[in-house]
Design a protein around this ligand. Sequence first.
Ligand code: URA
Length: 178
Amino acid sequence: MVDSFEDLEEEINSCTACQLHDSAIHKVIMKGGQNPKVLFIGEAPGKKEDASGIPFCGRAGKILDGMIEDMDLQQSDWAVINTVKCRPPNNRRPRKEELAACRAFFEQQIEMLEPDVIILLGNTAEEAFLGNRQLQWGECRDIDGKNVVKFYHPAALIYTKSRQPEQQEFIEKNSALW
Ligand code: URA
């Protein structure tokens, strides 16, 4: 366990624990405040994120930005991380062994960020956080004193416009949490 975000970043940047680092341009670590109320957990960096080193800076990121705005969160109130820090080839889902290789970093980030609310964006985030699928879409559960909520990954909302009312409903239903 490291003591600072800088040390953690250094460890992540020098990681070669799985094959994903071979093709990654950048490790994509986190975006947002270091003491957030709400932590969003995505899946893995995409092409733009790999090129820039910044999570959720592409199309899915625009959807997430809109959600953050609708949630009325200030800049320091939220942060976003991914289950793995390197882009999987062709944006495929991270494999079990890749999630396992990145697990210690993922857990350290959550421990250091100490969010009150964790929003799991999609099935991969849920599986990485809980070990398996347990939650319904939009369901909130108290897990070790944190409110953990599962919601659609923003990329799923790009193509499925019919889910956008569900996003508003999700925000209205859960707004007391943040
Ligand atoms: N999708 C993710 O899950 N994470 C990103 O950083 C970008 C797109």
